[in-house]
Design a protein around this ligand. Structure first.
Ligand code: DC
Length: 227
């Protein structure tokens, strides 16, 4: 069966990765978590004690960052498992910061395109439909209210046994929304041909079902075009 490429963009904590992972399982596609790649760059630089404001040093050490995304969603940084370590608040903020640097984006976008070159992929991030895969057959722009996103993150933390402050989570999300959508290079934008899905009042299953319908439509369109 023919496979398409799917781009899922949207602000942080909108549930993109949850949806992308489920879709990948159902469709037998490869999930590529591009945020994890920016997180790996930030984590590596923090470990190396490099000031994240120092763009020149970050560019210099970029080639030392070896990233592998395994099929079970394990993230390897230079052959070490960092799947959970890259989820801290410090790394989240750091990823947003290094993601504003042209050299970092250029490097990671090239890797992402290589990973996606055979199709049958679902990429989630901020610039997938606009920059990484402008020809993706299906582009989703997934949003949710700040309140919903903060509450989801808060509950996730509780499940992991982490105490957190709902108001602080909300403020952090608002700050990252602002930074990601106001940076000069490849800011978070809705691609003009993307389908917007507001998941604030939807369950995970409802979102997955909505996207699967769109996938089937695109597959049919593609088959028709080929005939
Ligand atoms: O999706 P995430 O929260 O794991 O992403 C972490 C940060 O990485 C996010 O704040 C901005 C940056 N990012 C980006 O600039 N472009 C992407 N395609 C993915 C993430």
């Amino acid at each position: 069966m023919k496979k398409i490429s799917i781009a899922i963009d949207g602000p942080s904590a909108a549930g993109k990765s949850t949806i992308a992972k489920q879709l990948a399982k159902i469709l037998g596609y490869t999930y590529i978590d591009t945020g994890a790649m920016y997180r790996c760059v930030a984590y590596y630089m923090i470990q190396k004690d490099i000031d994240l404001n120092d763009e020149v040093s970050i560019e210099r050490y970029l080639n030392e960052v070896g990233i592998e995304l395994l099929p079970d969603n394990t993230v390897l940084l230079n052959q070490q498992v960092v799947t959970d370590k890259i989820r801290s608040d410090e790394v989240s903020k750091g990823a947003s910061k290094v993601g504003a640097y042209g050299a970092v984006r250029h490097h990671l976008v090239a890797l992402q395109r290589k990973m996606a070159e055979n199709g049958g992929v679902i990429l989630d991030g901020r610039d997938i439909g606009s920059v990484v895969l402008p020809n993706a057959q299906l582009k989703i722009y997934q949003v949710a209210s700040v309140e919903t996103r903060a509450m989801r993150r808060y509950k996730e933390n509780l499940e992991r046994g982490i105490e957190s402050d709902l108001e602080k989570i909300k403020a952090d999300i608002e700050q990252r929304d602002y930074d990601d959508s106001h940076r000069a290079i490849s800011p978070l934008v809705k691609a003009k041909d993307a389908v917007e899905i507001d998941t604030s009042e939807m369950t995970i299953d409802e979102v997955v079902e909505t996207v699967i319908k769109l996938v089937n439509e695109r597959l049919e369109e593609n088959t028709c075009q080929e005939q």
